[in-house]
Design a protein. Structure first.
Length: 336
């Protein structure tokens, strides 16, 4: 059998063009490049430093393409760094930061449409502005997805004030990738890398549970939401979350109308799990048509060989491998 085409739906890029734009214009919007006492370069967004330094692989395109070729990745969806979401910025500054990311990613995807597609950023602190930015990103710049945080500061994604954004995502038929951010994390959680190892899957689980129990898929039934890092705890705790739909006390009842299993097709997952048994359970639980290959390139917890991770699991059918390597992601992004 011929090798299937492979699409990486979970990767991040901060190009030199964006860094240059931040240096030129960012300070008036509360965004600047800073160098710490340790000599590491970070980005300050509204007074909050990015959790990690600005590591060179984020903007080294030659290294990216070399890794893609070695890993067997034909196309990669380029998304920004969620530490640059800037949801705490004033709306105008947040829109500037989203537009700067969207334009620089669009330029890269336009230069190499054979290797890249782009996912938009939006200023979710104002859902109406976020919806307008998403429309611009999709209709003018050619973005094929949108990446958002797992929450907006301390507000859940199901809150009614975000409906304008969700309506735009449904109207434009673009998948929404939910990805936690690493900002303002307390030391108790940051120690031992726990904010990434445990915090990220937890934030994804909170976000997905809020969407499910909050009735988001009743209000917007055509939404397609991709949960990174294998969905966090969602596949494993789906029954518990659904049980809460029935047993939660009146003050905590959600707005959802049906058993949560009826919304399973609205949720998609990537393969960044680092565990064969967990991956096998995910495939058995949701099916290969809801799972897309991801790498989390170029961060430390990435899957260094995501195609091999799929292929080494010999219990999979060839059709399941093809789904996860290409078909599911391509369908989400509208690629042929």
């Amino acid at each position: 059998m011929a090798k299937p085409r492979c699409l990486d739906i979970h990767a991040h890029h901060v190009g030199q063009a964006l860094v240059d734009r931040i240096n030129a214009e960012g300070e008036r919007h509360g965004v600047k490049i800073v160098k710490g006492e340790d000599g590491a370069t970070r980005i300050s967004v509204g007074g909050r430093l990015t959790g990690m330094p600005l590591i060179p692989p984020l903007n080294d395109e030659a290294a990216r393409l070399k890794w893609m070729d070695e890993a067997g990745i034909d196309v990669q969806l380029l998304a920004g760094w969620m530490d640059l979401a800037g949801y705490h910025l004033p709306t105008e500054a947040g829109q500037w930061l989203a537009r700067a990311q969207n334009e620089t990613l669009a330029d890269m995807a336009a230069r190499r449409p054979d290797r890249y597609a782009a996912a938009a950023a939006v200023p979710l602190q104002d859902a109406t502005v976020a919806a307008a930015e998403l429309r611009h990103a999709v209709k003018v710049l050619g973005h094929r997805a949108v990446q958002i945080g797992a929450r907006v500061e301390e507000e859940g994604l199901d809150a009614p004030q975000y409906d304008a954004f969700w309506a735009a995502a449904q109207e434009l038929n673009v998948p929404v990738i939910i990805h936690p951010a690493d900002l303002a994390v307390p030391p108790r959680i940051r120690r031992l890398f726990l904010h990434i190892l445990v915090g990220n899957p937890s934030e994804t689980t909170f976000a997905a549970a809020a969407l499910l129990l909050g009735g988001m898929f009743d209000r917007f039934p055509q939404l397609r939401v991709l949960l990174v890092h294998g969905g966090g705890c969602v596949p494993y705790q789906f029954g518990r979350i659904d049980r809460g739909r029935i047993t939660a006390p009146p003050f905590a009842k959600g707005a959802v109308k049906n058993p949560l299993g009826q919304y399973a097709d609205n949720l998609y997952y990537d393969t960044v799990l680092h565990d064969d048994a967990a991956f096998r359970y995910l495939v058995e639980r949701v099916g290969s048509k809801q799972i897309a290959l991801g790498s989390d390139y170029p961060f430390p917890l990435r899957d260094p060989d995501p195609v091999k991770f799929i292929n080494k699991n010999n219990y999979l059918k060839d059709t399941e491998r093809q789904d996860m390597c290409w078909n599911t992601g391509a369908a989400l992004l509208g690629l042929k």
